[in-house]
Design a protein around this ligand. Structure first.
Ligand code: SAH
Length: 386
């Protein structure tokens, strides 16, 4: 890697999305390394962060907010740092370039067909956001148009023109969000073209991804991350594995061939449906997925005295909770592989597990989000033997 590799983004300050974009890539990596080391110092040594050879255009999910200027021209971009004002953008150094092209086309077609843009202050108008997800291996492309109401005027003409410009789009979904919240997506999805979801391949398995489901945004590094997680799990053929906070089942399904049984638990019902579908789609017969809060689910497992050999957990930024961690101590899995996107909550949760008879053995940071301040870390936690 070229230690001086830089991004050079003209809108970095006004956008604010990439906190580290002014630093050379090597310096970003060492800053992340130091942050994780400082937080994990009481628990274990930290191995060298795994960076990317090419840290540009890694995001497989791109989100643009729509707005109209005073003259009615359609703009697309991001919210200016700390505001609800839209900073118009043509392209972005970390987003997928095909996705950026599609967003530019959507923007010009909305203008051409005079489809109204939503005004957040007046709470009037229609089109609010565009989301594009691209399949890293499959090449499939899902476009999600977020609108304030389910009726898209000149739908046929709009779709025909969009697909003519980008024949590689595999599905277009209209998502209805009529609330004034900071959430991008509303609850209702209406497929306008194609199957209403996309598929991609990860760790040799095929995954269905619905508009509402979480899917890691950096596919190249996700393979590195899951590969490392599987290595650290050291699964044995007879093991029962729990994939907690499992999303669409990626980690559990990638591990299913190496153990006797996989149990997944996830809060988002759409993601759980995707996970069950993904098990069938890949011919995996030893995996089951449950919808619910991971902490409650684990508590019930502990109360029922059920067995658990290895736990893989991948909670959101807020980390895990007391109920979950206490249940882990009761269930007593041989190994816990904690995948974390927030080293602060990771360190907090490690405190609970290490006070309860476990010790952290290895920690590996993986740079899933170049140019931003975020860092992913995997920690192997084992039961103390004595
Ligand atoms: N392991 C998956 C998803 C990780 S993201 C992957 O790598 O793709 C974290 C997931 O935790 C999200 O899918 C989110 O919906 C889920 N989640 C958040 N809070 C939860 C809770 N209390 N119980 C179970 N799942 C939860």
């Amino acid at each position: 890697m070229d230690a001086e590799m830089r991004f050079g983004c003209p809108v970095a300050k006004r956008c604010g999305g990439c906190q580290m974009i002014d630093m050379p890539y090597a310096a970003q990596l060492s800053a992340k390394q130091k942050r994780v080391e400082a937080l994990l110092r009481p628990y274990c040594a930290v191995e060298e962060i795994v960076g990317m050879d090419n840290p540009f255009h890694y995001r497989n999910k791109t989100h643009a907010v729509l707005a109209a200027d005073r003259r009615g021209n359609v703009l697309s971009g991001v919210y200016r740092r700390g505001t609800r004002e839209v900073l118009p953008l043509e392209s972005c150094l970390i987003e997928n370039e095909r996705a950026d092209e599609i967003i530019r086309t959507v923007r010009s077609l909305l203008g051409r067909f005079r489809i109204p843009i939503y005004d957040e202050d007046a709470r009037r108008g229609l089109m609010r956001h565009v989301l594009v997800r691209t399949g890293h291996v499959s090449g499939q492309i899902m476009v999600v148009l977020v609108a304030a109401s389910p009726v898209l005027p000149r739908k046929r003409d709009f779709l025909a023109a969009l697909l003519k410009a980008h024949p590689d789009i595999t599905t277009v979904v209209l998502n209805v969000n009529d609330r004034s919240t900071s959430m991008v997506l509303g609850k209702r999805d209406i497929p306008l073209y194609g199957r209403g979801y996309m598929e991609d391949e990860l760790c040799g398995k095929i995954f269905r991804i619905s508009p509402q489901s979480f899917y890691q945004v950096n596919s190249v590094q996700t393979e590195v991350l899951y590969g490392k997680a599987l290595e650290l799990a050291e699964l044995k053929g007879e093991d029962i594995l729990l994939d907690a906070y499992c999303g669409i089942g990626t980690i559990g399904l990638a591990a299913a061939d190496r153990c006797a049984r996989v149990i997944g638990v996830e809060l988002n019902p759409e993601a759980v449906k995707d996970a069950a579908h993904n098990a069938r789609r890949n011919g995996v017969k030893n995996a089951q997925f449950f919808c619910g809060d991971a902490g409650r689910f684990l508590m019930r497992m502990a109360e029922e005295g059920r067995g658990l050999d290895v736990l893989m957990m991948d909670p959101p930024r807020s980390g895990s909770d007391e109920a979950f961690l206490r249940a882990v101590l009761t269930l007593g899995p041989r190994r816990v592989v904690y995948i974390s996107c927030c080293p602060e909550t990771l360190a907090r949760d490690l405190g609970v597990l290490t006070r309860g008879g476990y010790r952290a053995v290895r920690a590996v940071p993986v740079d899933m989000f170049p140019a931003t301040e975020h860092v992913e870390t995997i920690v192997l936690i084992q039961k103390k033997t004595s």
